[in-house]
Design a protein around this ligand. Sequence first.
Ligand code: 6CS
Ligand code: FE
Length: 294
Amino acid sequence: MPDLYPSRCDEVPRVIERSDPVVYSSLTSSAPLTAGQIHQYSQDGYVVLRGLFSPSAIKGLRAEAVKLLDNPASLDKETLVTESGSGRVRSIFMVHRQSAAMARLAGNEWLTSIARFLLADDVYVHQSRLNYKPGFVGKEFYWHSDFETWHVEDGMPRMRALSMSILLEPNTPFNGPLMIIPGSHRSFITCVGRTPENHYLTSLKKQEYGTPDQDSIAQLAAQNGIAALTGNAGDVIIFDCNAMHGSNSNITPFPRANAFIVYNAISNRLQSPFGAQTPRPEFIATRELVYAVN
Ligand code: 6CS
Ligand code: FE
């Protein structure tokens, strides 16, 4: 299969025009999003759905997130990613296979029908995780396109996947909310540097390969600005797999906790990685246990 989006193979970065659709379905009266929401997702690469989950549903999910955090022994050890300085838990991966509540969230009818609509295919969970960004010590996520990593390291062929971030705590301007460059999903910025063996052991704490150069980020941001996607617990941020995004550290006392579900189109299942020797393990990138949700 020809590589439409080669990355980490040249000495200098390049911009490759996206050759895949963003919204795969056409607008119908039964669409699970409004025309305005679909337009924003298509133009900006993200949309925020306000109050999708009720306060009581969020209370339950937050309690589950705390329970998982407090019972690390109940979890597959390698799914726990800790901060390099504080040792605090940064992420728990594959939560939809370690918690019934998270499995229900990943299979939620609202979320999956939106994913199926935007991708115009059956979908499965490519990756799930809880991101904890604790008060005072929560660290940043540097700028990146998820698709760049999923393509190079996991073998995701095309841009036909999306992420949903379910806000479990308020994401304010101060506690390190998701930042996205609107419109950046239309350009693929190639990255420089080869992928080291077992890159995931360090990249999930602090990513250093598969991060774009500063000039490319500066150019994208000069053209389109930067949006901070703040919101309340219960809001859901949906963003395209190639949207350029990152987040700052959290020096406030207020934690930022989000559940993250990545849906990929069944037709876009993983192949061999496009730029790494060994595929990353199943807990980061579903390869074997693919089953459609809803
Ligand atoms: O490497 C990954 O797959 C994950 N890392 C980041 C920083 N974002 C996307 C994805 O969950
Ligand atoms: Fe990301």
